[in-house]
Design a protein around this ligand. Structure first.
Ligand code: UT7
Length: 322
């Protein structure tokens, strides 16, 4: 028998307030035209005071649990990917656990910025396959609006807030054809000054603001993402033709197009939400995944490949049969 992690449910949550490019252009020296042309972004959601990484994560988790038809007490592992935790510690995952009313389970955060969800789901899958967990909530949740420099038009227009969750469950079968079939992670810390936050508890003692050298990140993103997508396809013994849906990290529509072109993937197989949500860092992949499941694009039996790249650099991909 082959033990695999299968997706039982998905969920997502967005702040109540949406902010269009036109609204942003009233407070920042930018234009709807520039943002659309350079990034594909039209809109983003921005958290109000009472909305935090933890509350958004909890709402996304509840939706995933409901879709799976489970009770919170069935969950034995919560991994939350975020670069914007509610507090420096404890892990926001433990706040989600408490909000869900789960008395005892393994709960921790992972920090790999925009590829955090890929890191989290790969760790959860490893724990499920070794028997260390049976039902795992894997969440990406961010409130990047709180670490944006609203004076820097080169970055503040690019990001939004939100959360997404995937509920994984252990399943044993003869052929192991369903569930997570391949995943691969990478990091190259030599580039950690191209995308970073200029603060932290151990350095400045402040939270800091996001800094990015956009063009250099762009260049690395296309190469790294195309490379890791090829790796997971090879690991699963598949080609681009076998893939039904690509759920990419939603940083920039031009990165998605360039990566798809490099791999010869048809652009109508790519789930795109960057127009509505902007870049929600670790939340972007599960948020897009949930949207495509709920609107009927991703169907049971489909081969879906997720990918992301972010600060560090870190990057990764995960291929599954839904
Ligand atoms: O999630 C983690 C991964 N992150 C990414 O993948 C982001 C990757 N990078 C990008 O998406 C793009 O590099 C950006 C969208 C950040 C920038 O696009 P670009 O085509 O590389 O533009 P640029 O930085 O070269 O800027 C072009 C011009 C500059 O003006 P000059 O020097 O040509 O006069 C900027 O000052 O656009 C100007 N500019 C703006 N203009 C209006 C920069 N930001 C803005 C703005 N509105 N918001």
């Amino acid at each position: 028998m082959i033990r695999r992690s299968i997706v039982l449910g998905t969920g997502s949550a967005l702040p109540a307030r949406s902010v269009s490019n036109a609204e942003l252009a009233q407070r920042v020296d930018t234009s709807d035209e520039w943002i659309r042309e350079r990034t594909g972004i039209q809109n983003r959601y921005i958290a109000d005071e009472g909305e935090t990484t933890g509350t958004l994560a909890t709402d996304a988790a509840k939706a995933a649990i409901e879709m799976a038809g489970l009770q919170p007490s069935d969950i034995d592992l919560i991994i939350l990917a975020t670069a914007t935790p509610d507090q420096t510690f404890p892990a926001t995952a433990t706040k989600v656990q408490a909000a869900l009313g789960i008395d005892d389970c393994v709960s921790f955060d992972v920090a790999a910025v925009c590829s955090g969800f890929l890191y989290a789901i790969t760790v959860a899958d490893s724990m499920i396959r070794t028997g260390a967990a049976n039902k795992a909530l894997v969440i990406g949740s961010e409130t990047f609006s709180r670490i944006l420099d609203w004076e820097d038009r080169g970055t503040c227009v690019l990001f939004g807030d939100g959360a997404g969750a995937i509920l994984l469950s252990a399943e044993e079968s003869e052929d192991g054809s369903r569930g997570i079939l391949a995943s691969k992670l990478h990091a190259d810390g030599r580039h950690n000054q191209l995308l970073y936050v200029d603060g932290g508890p151990s350095t400045t003692g402040t939270v800091g603001k996001l800094r990015m050298r956009g063009q250099e990140v762009f260049r690395h993103a296309v190469t790294n993402l195309a490379g890791v997508l090829r790796e997971v396809l090879d690991m699963a013994g598949m080609t681009g033709d076998d893939v039904d849906w690509v759920v990419p990290h939603q940083a920039n529509a031009r990165i998605l197009d360039a990566t798809a072109r490099k791999l010869g993937l048809s652009s109508d197989k790519i789930v795109i939400t960057v127009d509505q949500h902007a870049n929600t860092s670790a939340a972007s992949v599960p948020l897009a995944f949930d949207q495509a499941v709920r609107d009927g694009r991703i169907e049971r039996g489909n081969i879906v490949v997720m990918e992301a790249m972010g600060g560090g650099f870190t990057w990764g991909a995960c291929l599954l049969r839904f």
